[in-house]
Design a binder for this molecule. Structure first.
Ligand code: NAP
Length: 286
């Protein structure tokens, strides 16, 4: 059996077009355009590329972009002062602190400084708590992107066995909660999981978010499973996922490629979150 590829690029483009149409309708109704502020501390080239991509996408959907760059040795006080200023700025609907921050700063603590109503990355304790409680709120972008891919392919989650490999605050944990909220039976694996292969073989929906090239082997995939590969590993052979694609694609019904699968969804969901934050700030229901 050959799996159908999930085209994340096309789905992300569709989400972005929907957000652009919604932003146009929002401003036509007399509202200010939503605004996204990004904060980059230091000059890490990969982070600079990510932030540049987010700013470009923001403008493309008709939102305002506020691109803040601080020196690599910026003291904590300076970052806090900027975040406080952005929290108070009515033109700014969403704030994103690009992670990782330089080693002298605690990115987690600084993220917590962001007003939860502007937490478009969904990474503050308040957003994590709302998700854990099943309350509405801003969800982390990559897990939300995975859920969007599953929804657009009508993947049945109710009662399904979902296995998430990885338990980071950024991906694995929030994704497990989103799947649970859709009534999947969720197992979360990590570096101490005994017999990872056996757990993966149970999965109707198998998600790998580890950061180890091709850790999840094709023979661990159950026939007809849906395989979502969040991993992005830069190797000499190029970008490689956490799943051994060729072997997994022989068994799966649906599978995301790397690149072109989950990756493009993150910015699309960030834009959607920014519009949602602007609506909530204007008094719309969360
Ligand atoms: P992370 O914070 O490093 O977490 C990795 C997780 O994998 C941890 O929970 C770890 O377990 C687990 N793990 C490590 N080795 C394992 C093993 N041998 N067996 C089972 N589990 C193992 O990584 P992350 O931030 O979640 O990112 C994961 C991957 O997704 C990376 O490749 C990253 O680049 C990619 N990513 C992509 C996007 C995107 O597409 N836009 C966004 C975010 C991340 P312990 O908790 O026990 O250490």
């Amino acid at each position: 059996m050959g799996a159908e590829r999930i085209d994340g690029k096309a789905i992300a483009a569709a989400v972005r077009a929907e957000v652009a149409a919604d932003v146009a309708a929002w401003t036509a109704a007399g509202h200010e355009p939503p605004g996204l502020a990004t904060v980059l501390v230091g000059e890490d080239p990969a982070s600079a590329v990510y932030v540049g991509g987010k700013q470009k996408a923001t403008h493309e959907v008709g939102m305002l972009g506020f691109d803040h760059r601080l020196a690599a040795d910026a003291p904590e006080d300076e970052v806090v002062a900027l975040l406080d200023e952005l929290n108070a700025d009515r033109r700014v609907s969403g704030i994103l602190l690009q992670l990782p921050t330089p080693p002298h700063l605690d990115g987690g603590v600084l993220t917590g400084r962001i007003d939860p109503v502007k937490d478009v990355d969904g990474l503050t304790e308040v957003s994590a708590g709302l998700l854990a409680k099943g309350r509405s709120g801003l969800r982390p972008c990559t897990p939300a992107g995975v859920m969007e891919l599953l929804a657009r392919h009508d993947v049945e989650l109710e009662g399904a066995e979902a296995v998430v490999v990885g338990r980071s605050d950024l991906v694995g944990k929030p994704l497990a909660q989103l799947l649970l909220a859709r009534n999947a039976t969720v197992t979360v694996c990590h570096s101490r999981t005994r017999d990872l292969a056996a757990v993966c073989r149970r999965a109707d929906v198998l998600v790998a978010a580890v950061g180890r090239p091709e850790l999840v082997r094709g023979e661990w995939v159950r026939d007809g499973a849906v395989v979502i590969d969040v991993g992005i590993n830069r190797t000499e052979a190029g970008l490689i996922g956490d799943v051994e694609y060729a072997g997994a694609a022989e068994r799966a019904a649906l599978i995301t490629p790397v690149p072109g699968g989950v990756g493009p969804m993150t910015i699309a969901m960030l834009l959607r979150n920014t519009l949602q934050a602007a609506r909530v700030a204007a008094g719309a229901p969360a």
